[in-house]
Ligand binder design. Sequence first.
Ligand SMILES: NC(=O)c1ccc[n+]([C@@H]2O[C@H](COP(=O)([O-])OP(=O)(O)OC[C@H]3O[C@@H](n4cnc5c(N)ncnc54)[C@H](O)[C@@H]3O)[C@@H](O)[C@H]2O)c1
Length: 337
Amino acid sequence: MQTFRTVVVGAGGISKPWFEALKAEQVEVAGVVDIKKENAEARIREFGLAAEASTELKKTLRRCKPDFVIDLTIPESHGSVTVTALKAGYPVVGEKPMASSMAEARKMVKVSLATGKMYMVSQSRRWDSNTATFHQALSSGQIGGVTAVNCDFYIGAHFGGFRDAMPSPLILDMAIHHFDLVRYFTGADPVSVYAKEYNPRGSWYKGDVAASCIFEMSNGIIFTYRGSWCAEGCHTSWHGNWRVIGDRGTVLFEQDALPHGQKVTGPNGFFSATAPVEVQPVTVEKINMHGGLCEMLAFLRDGKTPQTVCTDNIKSLAMVFSAMESSRKGRPVAITW
Ligand SMILES: NC(=O)c1ccc[n+]([C@@H]2O[C@H](COP(=O)([O-])OP(=O)(O)OC[C@H]3O[C@@H](n4cnc5c(N)ncnc54)[C@H](O)[C@@H]3O)[C@@H](O)[C@H]2O)c1
């Protein structure tokens, strides 16, 4: 098997599952860069790596000459880290969200296209047996064409750290997953959004950590999203609880249980006659960050375009920033990228 060499930038909380995935795929870690060198050193020790710890990305890239770079820094650093790596000639897989502004994200896409170096965003929830099963159930066409999608996300999460201080922690750091998932589930792109962000009484976050959003998607699909990251009790799944309505039935995906639904089989008076939607469980072997890593490795090996290549993933990010803009302006806004 062809082996690869990488430099990891950002050795915080999320780097642990990435280092586990790198070990499983036998990817050599040549360098770990972090503005807090002790974080880089701690991961190197923990995983028994023969990698250099550093605070200087450019120098480490020059010394290590990896096959690709992994950007696991905080959202505000993604732009500078990824552009530096792309300009130095290296493909990048980076954590979501792509950037902390659309201007920055557009620049990242532009640099990726200009340098001809792949930049993909890891949207871990795409690489998951449950979401893949839901995707499969919807793609089977049993409920006809999709007309409406609802997603509810309610979790009381006491993180500490950057999320407590950032503006719009729910929309920027979490809802990006759900906005990306609705595009994955339906294949539709965003058209416009009307959103209201708010910070509920008793919130332990500085920024608005709750929101209600109505998106119009291509094909006329209406996507309604309600969420909060400071809702105590009765949590939904981290994937969100989903209802997808087609013109011939409905499928539900809730609390991480196997999706189930009903499809119309014919007329039956006031209500139509229905039968259960047939759901074929899909097993995804390489899940979450491991799945994101494998998309990059498949690109390096075979040139297969990752499903979350930056030119596509920027549409999910545009949903984020347009929702924030709509909330600020108090009116619906068109979504562009
Ligand atoms: N896919 C998921 O489910 C998931 C889950 C958690 C976090 N994430 C994402 O992963 C990213 C990191 O999150 P985290 O929880 O690990 O954050 P964290 O704060 O624990 O770690 C970030 C690390 O990056 C370092 N850093 C920041 N700016 C840097 C720079 N310019 N150069 C080098 N190092 C830099 C910090 O010192 C820190 O060690 C975020 O974008 C977050 O949204 C994704």
